[in-house]
Write a protein that binds this ligand. Sequence first.
Ligand code: AMP
Length: 632
Amino acid sequence: MTRFADFHARSIHDRDAFWAEQAQRVDWKVPPQQICDYSHPPFAKWFVGGETNLCHNAVDRHLQDRAEQAALIFVSTETDQEKTYTYRELHAEVQRMAAILQDLGVVKGDRVLIYMPMIAEAAFAMLACVRLGAIHSVVFGGFASHSLASRIEDASPKVIISADAGSRGGKAVAYKPLLDEGIRLSAHKPDKVLMVDRHLVAFTPVAGRDVDYASARAQHMDTIVPCVWVESTHPSYTLYTSGTTGKPKGVQRDTGGYTVALASSIPLIYQSQPGDTFFCTSDIGWVVGHSYIIYAPLIGGMATIMYEGLPTRPDGGIWWSLVEKYKVNVMFSAPTAIRVLKKQDPALLSKYDLSSLKALFLAGEPLDEPTAKWISEGLNGKAIIDNYWQTETGWPILTICNGVEKAPSKFGSPGKAVYGYNVKLVDDQTGEELTGANQKGVLTIEGPLPPGNLQTIWRDDQRFVNTYWKTVPGKLVYSTFDWAVRDEDGYFFILGRTDDVINVAGHRLGTREIEESISSHPNIAEVAVVGVADQLKGQVAMAFAIVKDSSGLLDAASRLKLEGEVMKVVDSQLGAVARPSRVLFVSALPKTRSGKLLRRAIQAVAEGRDPGDLTTMDDPAALQQIVDLIQI
Ligand code: AMP
């Protein structure tokens, strides 16, 4: 057995002893009494009886050894700001933010929704919440009012923290009007809204509700706010993710398990150590941003770079210039970003001193071979490591754990099952485990899910069970909803989703959510949204819609006008990330005789592929219309 195979086997077969060791990487106020309580499958409770605090582990515990070391390096090429916070300074800022939240009535268990751009205050806000035992729910700044409203309603936050605006390509993007509209649309209203005023756009505060951050902070320059020790199973945050229904799911994470999982990943997966500099280019609105911009690097005593801006502005060398300037040791990004950089001048890669960089990790979507090869060559053969994970898991399911044992990567494969994950490929029809090489099956995980994974869906245990654990016949296993194969060496290859979820530039979007938004346009009767392969973004959404009144749609110009209107509806309700690349108008949609939309067939023809078996189709002319439209 290789060292890694042995390590992995121990994590499954000697689970409690394995995780008890990993738990020593973390400070506990009260040590755990039981490592894993799996007496009520599929609900796993990790480090039961233990008391800890995520903010203590990320910030306070480092004061002893590294108070003057950089902790948070904020860089904005949007507003030309650059500021390094040492651990001591970060500690002070987090306490100020925590003191403000306390003034606003926030106590342990309260929810705080964070709708912010990539600014240092967003990191203070997240850390301040977990310091108090409050449960944060970060909503990606690119989401618009309807996406916000559904999340506000589900999380029912006492306080929302926001800012006047984000910025993209040097242009301010106002957040406040979207937030006000989101609150108006939501049945739940927060008591207070804490506003960070960046002075990018003017806004009118809502009297009695909106609180100015700068003034509130000035009252608390020296306030001491101790960490609130919470049970290991106390939720640290919820993060909403799309699924097959229109209603996003609030992925709920614990405290102790998450802290231990991240603490273990730093040496074992990311091969990093205290004092290193970590640069994750994601956004705090996504799970990768939670885990690898904020929590893991800080838990690991590293400096973390928080970057607001495009990868191509002022030019495509900006990220590499930051690697040189801050001596970045580990970078974490997404294949889409690398595909964007691939279009830039290749000389930009050799212009900077990248000798500090050990590895580049990529996650969120399949890493195609040309992209992997291009960046690997550009970085002079530095390790390029694919990570496969989900919002639900909080850290990688599949990768190469070079910190356990060095192993080669294979193009197109994220690698092997990470320690703690009992991954099984199963037949979707029979539920039978597929153990042979190169057999295609659904990638599942046998319970208990390892530490750091979702505990449940916020306020909906039943949905957690039904969504993830009831899809494989005769077995209680967690479904990732991804097809995969495993080769003879145990390397997995991800083949795509089993459901109607699409992945645009590494962001998961539910086609149903986009359909619901498009349907709210007064002239849309019915619509089908599918994901279509795209060279840059991996996939893009494409919509096929039936209009109620087609009398005004006789020429191309009027169709284009309606297409633009529909896109605007999606922009204003869900955000530009969800905007379909095209909205094409048809008189019928391909369905089965029982009325079920034939999405796979639509997707196939939209990608110029053979739609396969169509014997159940009601009206073949409906599909032909799509074929004809695509060919135009
Ligand atoms: P999200 O929860 O938004 O991060 O989306 C998770 C989904 O993205 C997974 O279920 C996969 O479909 C896809 N995904 C994430 N990472 C990878 C990867 N490294 N290779 C292939 N697909 C990936």
